[in-house]
Design a protein around this ligand. Structure first.
Ligand SMILES: CC(C)(COP(=O)(O)OP(=O)(O)OC[C@H]1O[C@@H](n2cnc3c(N)ncnc32)[C@H](O)[C@@H]1OP(=O)(O)O)[C@@H](O)C(=O)NCCC(=O)NCCS
Length: 180
C-alpha cells in the first residue's frame, strides 16, 4: 500500500448502523476496549455497569462487524458518557462522529439538555475529537483516577449553548476544583 492510498483510506467515511449492545457483542467490544485503552474495563465491569437501570450500551456496525461502542448513563437532564471507543482500523472515518450524532439526536428527543464525560489529561486525541464535536472542557478533576495520578477534564456539550457562552468559554477551563 502506498502513501497515497493510505491517506485515501484514512479520509473515507465509514457509514455505520448504530444499535443496542447485546450480550453476544461482548467479545468484539472487549477486543476494541483492549486495543484502545491501557486501563481497559473487564467484561465484568461492562456487565456490572450495563445491569444498572439507567445505563445504556450501543454499538456501531459496518459490514456486520462492530467498529465502535458507547456506554452512557441517563440522568434527568443529561447523558453521561462512561466509555466510548472506535476500533483502531476505523478511526478518523467519522464513526465516532456518527455515534456522538446519535446521542445528540437522543438529547433533543428526550428533552435532555447536555452530554458530559471525563477525559484523561493525557488523552489528547479524545480531547481533540470531543472538541470537534462541540464539547468544551469546563472543569479539571484532580487525581480523578484510581489507576494513575493524572487529572481528568470534565467536558460538556450543551444542546442550546448560547453564542455568548461559545465566545467566553471556548478553549478555556472555566472552573477549577480539587476533586480529592
Ligand atoms: C477518540 C475517538 C473516539 C475518535 O473517533 P473517530 O471515529 O476516530 O473520530 P472521527 O473520525 O469521527 O473524527 C472527527 C474529527 O475529530 C477530530 N479527531 C478525531 N481523532 C483525532 C485525533 N486522533 N487527533 C486529532 N483530532 C482528532 C478531527 O477533527 C476529526 O476530523 P478529521 O478526521 O476530518 O480531521 C477514537 O480515536 C478512539 O476510539 N480513541 C481511543 C479510545 C478513546 O480515547 N475514547 C475516548 C475516551 S474519553
Amino acid at each position: 500500500m502506498n502513501l497515497h492510498s493510505t491517506k485515501q483510506n484514512k479520509n473515507t467515511d465509514q457509514q455505520v448502523q448504530i444499535r443496542w449492545l447485546i450480550r453476544r457483542d461482548m467479545p468484539e467490544v472487549i477486543d476494541i476496549e483492549r486495543e484502545c485503552f491501557d486501563f481497559a474495563w473487564t467484561e465484568e465491569e461492562f456487565l456490572c455497569c450495563l445491569r444498572q437501570r439507567n445505563c445504556i450500551g450501543m454499538v456501531a456496525e459496518h459490514d456486520h462487524e462492530i467498529v465502535g461502542f458507547m456506554i452512557y448513563e441517563l440522568h434527568k437532564s443529561k447523558l453521561r458518557i462512561l466509555n466510548f471507543a472506535v476500533a483502531a482500523g476505523s478511526q478518523r472515518k467519522r464513526v465516532g462522529t456518527q455515534m456522538v450524532g446519535r446521542l445528540i439526536d437522543k438529547l433533543s428527543q428526550q428533552r435532555r439538555k447536555e452530554i458530559v464525560l471525563e477525559v484523561r489529561e493525557t488523552n489528547l486525541n479524545a480531547q481533540m475529537f470531543f472538541k470537534n464535536q462541540g464539547f468544551r472542557a469546563v472543569t479539571v478533576l484532580r487525581n480523578h483516577y484510581d489507576d494513575t495520578t493524572e487529572d481528568a477534564y470534565y467536558m460538556r456539550f450543551k444542546l442550546d449553548a448560547s453564542e455568548a457562552d461559545e465566545f467566553t468559554r471556548e478553549n478555556r477551563i472555566s472552573e477549577y476544583f480539587d476533586a480529592a
